[in-house]
Design a protein around this ligand. Structure first.
Ligand code: 4NP
Length: 160
């Protein structure tokens, strides 16, 4: 079974392109590139066409992730194309529901925190690092590495 996953945040220049990079790296390491497709989008179009924020690109590069995504807006068609839309926070969750074409399609919306291990059990969302210092980006990457590993396990179990 093929999986198509879309990570969603606000600007599509910090959290969701980083999630895309982390997940792509995990998927390639496990040789699952033909089975799991990954993309990311945002609900605010102000950075459309931009590369990820330089602070996020630098923090990700230090961990071996090369982020080359160009920011784009979430579209209604994404709800047909992707079988999971994974949001970073409550604002993205509500925005995704507003854009979703039907209640059935809304069943494809998940929260990143649903895939966290015990390590991040106290967090109900992935905090927006845009206005934070370097620590914010490191925390986001720690959370995304944890959540993407959990997501991959879930997908593998579904495929069994
Ligand atoms: P992201 O971070 O949602 O993780 O990409 C943000 C980037 C830009 C803005 C907000 C959040 N902004 O308001 O420009």
């Amino acid at each position: 079974m093929k999986h198509k996953i879309l990570f969603l945040c606000l600007g599509n220049i910090c959290r969701s392109p980083a999630a895309e990079g982390v997940m792509r790296s995990l998927v390639e390491r496990e040789g699952l590139r033909d089975i799991i497709e990954i993309d990311s989008a945002g609900t605010y179009g102000g950075h459309r066409g931009d590369l990820p924020d330089a602070r996020m690109r630098n923090a990700a590069a230090r961990r071996g992730y090369n982020l080359t995504h160009r920011a784009r807006l979430l579209r209604e068609e994404d709800f047909d194309e992707f079988d999971m839309i994974i949001v970073m926070d409550d604002m993205n969750y509500e925005a995704a529901h507003r854009i979703s074409p039907s209640r059935k399609h809304s069943e494809r919306i998940f929260r990143m925190r649903d895939f966290f291990s015990e390590r991040f059990a106290d967090y109900s969302y992935v905090p927006d690092p845009y206005y934070e210092g370097v620590d914010g980006f490191e925390l986001v990457l720690d959370m995304l590495e944890d959540g993407c590993a959990g997501l991959l396990e879930t997908l593998k179990q579904e495929s069994r």
